[in-house]
Each structure stands twice: as structure tokens, then as C-alpha cells.
Design a protein around this ligand. Sequence first.
Ligand SMILES: C[S@@+](CC[C@H](N)C(=O)[O-])C[C@H]1O[C@@H](n2cnc3c(N)ncnc32)[C@H](O)[C@@H]1O
Length: 360
Amino acid sequence: MSRIETRTISVAVTFFADLRRFLPRGADGPQRYALPDGATVSDLLATIGIAPDTDLTAAVDGELADRETRLRDGADVMLLSPMEGGAATTVERHYGRGPGLVDAIRRALAGMGKDPARLAPADLAPIDEFHLRGREATIELAQRAKLAPGLRALDVGCGLGGSVRYLAAEHGCRATGLDLTPEYVDAALELARMVKLDGAVSFRQGSALALPFDAASFDIVWTEHAQMNIADKRTFYAEIARVLRPGGRLVFHDIFQGPAGPPHFPVPWADEPSISHLQTPDEARARLADVGLTVHDWVDETVPSLAWFAATVERLRATGSPPLGLHLLMGSNAKDKFANMRRSLEERRIVVVQATAEKT
Ligand SMILES: C[S@@+](CC[C@H](N)C(=O)[O-])C[C@H]1O[C@@H](n2cnc3c(N)ncnc32)[C@H](O)[C@@H]1O
């Protein structure tokens, strides 16, 4: 007699604030639940014994989820009480700074004596290049990408859209940015208007795990300092491979897990470990190969990143913080985040890689 095997998945659930009342007696910390393959957040709640009408917010792998969201094997689920609202950590909440971001940028530009009618895209670089080595790294990555005018480029996790504007203005690419954080997408568009590039670029709010674009619709996929917030790397790379045309290239500049243990928190991409999902460079290479992306360049940029940190700290010591800078994006613990990032680099808890891979 043949037996029908039903695959099960396992998810880790963290309960926050008053939702801790649903923790099994005597338990603490994340709990594992086994569910049938294809199970949704609703199914998980039923398994835990949480009534369907309970007022709560669920986040899966750092992103807000609804009750119909399907769970993957190994997913990290957070159950948050609506009462704790702002305190709850999801990727969007971590990065979101509220609706006043563009006004704060305008004020900072005015404080630096910039004429709003004569802004160049590079004037925004102190804030719209939210990654190690700022614009210098973007220029280097563009050289690796072998760009040409008219190429269709997608920046996944584009933040305020600095690289998207750079690709359009300096290389004539048809550039699109996608980001999860709604305030960043709104700001990216407004900043494009400010430098008169809104006709040359476009921005979409959405998830890297479900790219809202047709298959084979880009020549270049570009991503800087976003993958460390993404738990489901297989879907991340598979989505990139899907939207690239055959022969198209992925180029990235990112932070990976180093050999010396987890980073010190908070860091710029996460106040605490629940939304930090670092992989080692070897894991990344294996996952790229799995989805048909063949690595061409693979360059460890940890040492230049550390040198950049040292030079930046020296400059800030001499001149003080400029009005326009990444501190506007990093909240009240910006100093700790910078210091921990530098220390984590020095101790090789994190390493930095620039790479290119081709869809074969
Ligand atoms: C450190 S910022 C880097 C922004 C930009 N790439 C840059 O270098 O200036 C990380 C960005 O990744 C975005 N992000 C994180 N997870 C994402 C996801 N699953 N889908 C789309 N964007 C994501 C965040 O919203 C944030 O804007």
C-alpha cells in the first residue's frame, strides 16, 4: 500500500509584549511550530491557539504580513501587539523616519547654502548613498557593471534612490528603484523632482521577495546593502534571476557574515538581531549558483571600507557633523550604530563584498 507523504515546515515564533500570554507555560524566547507545507499566518495562529479575531500584527522575516501570507520553512515570525506599535521592529519600521524626511533634507540643504533651484544629483550624495563608502562605492560598482546608455536597470532596496538617479544621470540607464519602506519611496521620487530627474527614473514600493516586474525585463539588477535585512535569500536571488534577461547581470555591494561571530548591535540595518540576516560569502556564492547566476567578479572590500571609516571619523572630528548626512536616517542611536559597524568590521564580524554575476 502506498503512503501519501505530507511535507511539514517549521517556523520560529517570537511573542512580544502582552502576546507573551500565548507562550506555552514556562517557555521563554522564540518557539518552534511544525505546520503543513503551504500553511498561512492564520493556520499558525490556530495552531498556537490564538483566536482569529485577536488584535495583533504579524511580521514574517522582518516584513509586515497579513493573515493569508504563506509561511516558508525556517521563517521567523514575530507576533506584535498593536499597543506596542512603534516599538515593534520590522524592516519598514526600522528604516521609516516619518513623513518629515524630505523637509528635514530641504532644511539641511538650506543650512549648507544650497540653492534648491540649482541642485545637482551629487549634492544629495551625503544622504542618498546609505552604504559604506557612499558615492565612491557606487561609482566603483557602476564600473564593474559595464553600463551603457539605454540599459534597463533595477535597484532592489534602493532606499532614497541615490544610485537610481546616478545610473540615469551619469550612464543614461533607464533606471527603476524598488524599496519596502514607503517613506523612502516617496522621498526618492521627491528628491528626483528636486534634481529634475523625475522624467528619467521611476520608483515602486514593494518587496524584493515578490518583484512587481515581468520576467526578463531588466539588463542589470543592482543592489547595495539590502540583502542583510532579507531572511529568504533563495527567493531573493530567484526573483532577481527571474527579472534579468539571459546574459543580464546582477551587481551588488553588500555586507556578509564574517568569521568572528555576530555583529555588535545596534547596527545601521538593525537595532537588534531579529531583522538582521547575514550570510557568509560562501553561502551567497552557493545560492547564486543555485538560481543560475554565474559569478564573474568577487572582491572583498572590507579593508577599503575600514579605511573609509577611519577617514570619515577624522573628518567629522575636524569639521563636526554636516547638516546633511546619514544621521538623518539613523535615528537617535546613530552614533552607536556607526561605532558598532566599525568595530564589527575591525573584528571581522562583518565583511564587505562587491560582486557581479551573469544570468546564464
Ligand atoms: C541600508 S538601506 C540601503 C539603501 C540603498 N540601497 C543605498 O545604498 O542607499 C537598506 C534598504 O533596503 C530596503 N529593504 C530591506 N529589505 C527589503 C525587501 N525585502 N524588499 C525591498 N527593500 C528592502 C530597506 O527599506 C532600505 O531602504
